[in-house]
Design a protein around this ligand. Structure first.
Ligand SMILES: [Fe+2]
Ligand SMILES: [Fe+2]
Length: 275
């Protein structure tokens, strides 16, 4: 066995195959707004993660560090599995009247446009920004048992927490590749962070309105109030993401500054995940 073959990535690629046939329509706390908010996020993953993988494949030949090469391979493997499982869920949701597929295709077109107009460095900067977003949400989902405990379907809870564990495990890979290749290019990293998050916020708002409208829930004041307070109120899920997200603007930022090892270990045990 060559020395390179003996090097292992610091995290595994786990094969998953969730079955969604028993998932109820409102699987998050029996609530339309919050269930649709997670479907909204899910609609972004298959094409979004394909964008991440492509942006890494674009540059991986320029990485001469065998350890980072192994991490990139494992990153690609994990993201491919996330895409597969979220696509399966999105298809299931679409078949049950929640039109995630339309949004999924539209996001795909937007990201293909991004591939056409952005160079490799800019694509990787977008990926680094969005990977910080997913890693920050992932940590919050593991910390907030009041949130993950309200996922009233065991399959959905396992899928989201498995994804959260793996986003935490691979949170540094893109950033390390970016730093290795482009070093002190703070301006590009920070400005594409603003661009990526602005587009993401606009897409999430539009899609949330679309999902609620299609489901006849636009006038469900109780669900809107509960959902908006849950996201943006005091101790709201998104409110509490603000500071860790903004930390990305710190010049010396590194994803590992946001330690999640204890949480990963805890949820790997709870979910009986290998590795
Ligand atoms: Fe992912
Ligand atoms: Fe990721």
């Amino acid at each position: 066995m060559t020395a390179q073959a003996q090097i292992k990535s610091s995290f595994p690629v786990r094969r998953m195959d969730f079955g969604f046939t028993d998932v109820p329509k409102y699987w998050f706390h029996d609530d339309p707004f919050l269930t649709h908010f997670l479907s909204n996020l899910s609609s972004l993953f298959p094409e979004g993660e394909f964008f991440f993988v492509t942006s890494m494949r674009n540059i991986r030949d320029q990485i001469d560090d065998p350890v980072l090469q192994k991490e990139i391979s494992a990153f690609i493997g994990q993201e491919a599995m996330h895409s597969k499982e979220h696509k399966a869920f999105n298809d299931y949701a679409t078949a049950h009247g929640i039109d995630v597929d339309y949004m999924h295709r539209r996001v795909g077109k937007l990201l293909k446009f991004g591939h056409r107009i952005l160079n490799h460095k800019q694509q990787l900067a977008v990926t680094c920004a969005l990977e910080h977003f997913t890693a920050t949400i992932a940590k919050q989902l593991m910390v907030r048992e009041d949130w993950n405990g309200r996922m009233n379907d065991p399959v959905m809870r396992k899928m989201w927490l498995w994804h959260a564990v793996e986003e935490s495990e691979h949170k540094s890979v893109c950033y390390d590749a970016y730093q290795r290749l482009y070093k002190n290019t703070y301006g590009t990293r920070a400005s594409f962070m603003v661009l990526a998050w602005s587009i993401l916020a606009a897409v999430l708002v539009e899609q949330q309105l679309r999902l609620m409208a299609k489901d006849g829930q636009l006038t469900n004041v109780k669900s809107w109030a509960r959902g908006l307070w849950g996201l943006f109120g005091y101790k709201g899920f998104l409110t509490q993401l603000t500071l860790p997200l903004l930390d990305y603007f710190r010049p010396g930022f590194h994803p590992e500054d946001h330690d999640s090892e204890t949480l990963e270990k805890k949820y790997k045990e709870i979910l009986a995940l290998q590795g």
